[in-house]
Design a protein around this ligand. Structure first.
Ligand code: BEZ
Length: 393
């Protein structure tokens, strides 16, 4: 949080903030909003299994604007919210349209890795900044990608890798079964975990990939997990798939007998609320928990809860931080190259997740935490147990 820009929380949004469910932009043509205005499009899912994540991201980005007088880099923000849809079949056309729309200065958002992978070339060609505030596909940012594509979230491989050594220590000579949705993010989370787990001496009992976005009955897959008789399970699911997976895992009696590890998306926000007791005791790795004990997070949680129904999530923080880095970058100007120059000059970010800075891969160099689901003050929470080994990327 840039302390110099933090204003009282109760400021109402008086400026040109627009929320439209479709992709219609009131563009004037030309090169964005001019000297005093900047046009930002927030591309987040409003449908499909990741719709709840999109809601949290929008709330996080709006909170940053509200705390900063609806300005970024001293310019009034004109915000448009565009639906990323359920997967790349919707998200890539919606994002490509924004890349090609001269009235938009920069785009923030994108939840799905497959969508993000399908968008990088369009933003590179348009020389327009795309600040990814969730999608973790390893190749999206960095040397192989575009100087216009930045990320305030994580790289998939890192989140899995961060907890691999810890699980290897916990299971000793035992084996772990891996489960996740069959698309880019599922593959990379499990691969990142497998590498650090096996490097630390762990053994993988088997892997199950489930059809993404359409699996509502996980029982046939869970039966295979049970038959393999592993000593622990490691999983990645998010949004509504995370709710169903955890509830069915518990219902089949697996939770009582097999220790459960996962990427933290499994038990984030609304998913954890819906899972309730069925998630108790799940250990996860992630770069944020609303229970993190630092001053910036305490203020952030209070401000977020004043505006929303529940505590913030990792998705909210990633979008809030996208506002923060854009705030600094836009001081350089509103052209794509100005914004990139500004992002390159960003130093340490004081974030609710703890301080972080951009690595030379254009994504966060940050701490990953070990979290455990438990009840705190009557609410299911990802209690922070400690920091995990820094993943190698
Ligand atoms: C992804 O597709 O990269 C992703 C989606 C949801 C949560 C985390 C990552």
């Amino acid at each position: 949080m840039r302390a110099t820009r933090t204003l009282p929380l109760a400021i109402t949004m008086t400026l040109a903030l627009t929320a439209c469910g479709g992709s219609a932009l009131s563009g004037e043509g030309g090169d964005g909003g001019g000297d005093d205005t900047v046009k930002i499009a927030l591309l987040v899912p409003q449908s499909g299994v990741y719709a709840p994540l999109g809601k949290d991201m929008e709330a996080g980005f709006r909170l940053y604007l509200e705390e900063n007088d609806d300005q970024l880099g001293g310019k009034d923000v004109e915000l448009t919210v565009v639906d990323e849809g359920a997967g790349p079949e919707d998200g890539v056309p919606a994002g490509t349209k924004l890349a090609q729309d001269d009235s938009v200065d920069a785009v923030v958002g994108v939840v799905n890795s497959a969508t993000a992978l399908g968008l990088t070339d369009s933003f590179d060609e348009a020389k327009k900044p795309l600040i990814i505030a969730n999608a973790g596909a390893d190749a999206i940012t960095g040397k192989e990608s575009s100087e216009y594509v930045w990320r305030t979230s994580f790289a998939n491989g890192e989140v899995g890798s961060a907890i691999g050594e810890h699980v290897a220590e916990e299971v000793g000579d035992g084996s772990v079964y891996l489960v996740g949705p069959d698309y880019a993010a599922g593959d990379e989370f499990l691969a990142g975990f497998k590498k650090s787990f096996e490097d630390a001496g762990g053994e993988v009992a088997g892997t199950q990939m489930t059809p993404f976005g359409k699996t509502t009955n996980f029982q046939p897959y869970l039966q295979k997990v049970r038959n393999a008789d592993p000593d622990a399970v490691f999983a990645f699911y998010a949004g509504s798939e995370a709710v169903t997976f955890v509830q069915q895992y518990d219902k089949l009696g697996l939770h009582e007998n097999i220790p459960f590890y996962a990427t933290g998306f499994l038990t984030e926000g609304g998913a954890l609320e819906a899972q309730g007791k069925s998630a108790e005791g799940i250990f996860t790795s992630l770069h944020y928990s609303s229970a993190l004990d630092n001053e910036t997070n305490t203020a952030f949680v209070e401000a977020y809860e004043a505006e929303n129904d529940g505590p913030p999530t990792t998705y909210s923080v990633q979008a809030y931080d996208a506002g923060n880095v854009l705030d600094e970058a836009l001081e350089e100007g509103t052209s794509g190259d100005d914004i990139v120059a500004g992002l390159q000059g960003t130093g340490e970010i004081d974030s609710p997740r703890g301080t972080w800075s951009f690595s030379d891969q254009q994504g966060p160099d940050q701490t990953y935490y070990l979290r455990k689901v438990a009840q705190q003050d009557g609410a299911w929470t990802n209690v922070v147990e400690g920091e995990l080994t820094k993943p190698s990327s």
